[in-house]
Design a binder for this molecule. Structure first.
Ligand code: NAP
Length: 248
């Protein structure tokens, strides 16, 4: 029996990177998966690729998580496709790095809107169904820098620290209805978000990581899979670090 047989999931920002690997891992374990991304074409392409790889039911949705109407519609479309929503993964995220003195208000707002408000809007839309069903899982993709802070990432770190507060508050609010809410806090993972780093910077980062290397998106997906499945039925309000020991 596959871990997520009969379950349905929606993963935001899943056209590439960590979100794509989470969607693929869920599909490989039997879930029907909705892939939401700002680009409808890329979401549909990712959905097609995952379906052909795994044989699972998938659907690609146009979704900008910073817009409430998009979030409500994405949940409606997932229900239309699969009948219900058991698992929500708030993965969509952006970075607009700069030192505070040079950071524009618009760059602060954009990062908070997608990374933090987006997770709130999606959780609000999905929880209507989950609370009624008295079951569900919400997994928020935070970051090691939400725990440690990071120079040049005041906006991003604040959004990811905020996600941890959101996770704990939702966990308390939803626990009476058996809706479990947890966060995953990845360290430095090899995706488009980090590929812009210079080789020298990557080498320096790897030196700081006790396990001596950056992580792979699939390694984050395994943590999300654990939090989505029955093996984590007594875990809520927690932050699972997937960071090679970078922050303990
Ligand atoms: P990525 O490769 O840049 O993928 C992010 C995805 O989210 C992209 O497909 C992007 O679409 C989509 N997206 C952006 N804005 C969106 C919006 N408003 N609504 C819906 N989708 C949106 O990044 P990643 O590295 O896989 O990161 C995934 C998550 O992990 C993020 O929350 C990130 O903060 C977190 N994280 C990453 C790392 C790391 O080292 N990579 C570490 C810690 C945490 P477009 O490409 O079309 O814009």
């Amino acid at each position: 029996m596959k871990l997520l047989e009969g379950k349905t999931a929606i993963v935001t920002g899943a056209a590439r990177g960590i979100g794509f690997e989470i969607a693929a891992a869920f599909a490989a374990q039997g879930a029907a998966v909705a892939i939401g991304d700002v680009s409808a074409e890329e979401a549909q392409a990712a959905a097609g690729e995952i379906a052909s790889r795994t044989g699972a039911r998938t659907v690609g949705l146009a979704l900008d998580v910073s817009k409430e109407a998009d979030c409500d519609r994405a949940i409606e479309e997932t229900v239309a496709a699969f009948g219900k929503v058991d698992i929500l993964v708030n993965n969509a995220g952006i970075a607009r790095d700069n030192l505070v003195l040079r950071m524009k208000e618009a760059d602060f707002d954009a990062v908070l809107d997608v990374n933090l408000k987006g997770a709130f809007l999606m959780a609000k839309a999905a929880s209507r169904l989950m609370l009624k069903a008295r079951a569900g899982r919400i997994i928020n993709i935070s970051s090691v820098v939400g725990q440690s802070g990071q120079a040049g990432q005041a906006n991003y770190s604040a959004s990811k620290a905020g996600l941890i507060g959101l996770t704990k508050s939702l966990a308390r609010e939803f626990a009476p209805r058996q809706v479990l809410v947890n966060a995953v806090a990845p360290g430095f993972i090899r995706t488009r978000m980090t590929e812009g780093l210079k080789d020298e910077a990557k080498a320096k980062i790897s030196e700081m990581i006790p396990l001596g290397r950056m992580g792979e998106p699939g390694e984050v997906a395994k943590a999300a899979l654990f939090l989505a499945g029955e093996d984590s039925a007594y875990i809520t309000g927690q932050v699972l670090a997937v960071n090679g020991g970078l922050y303990m």
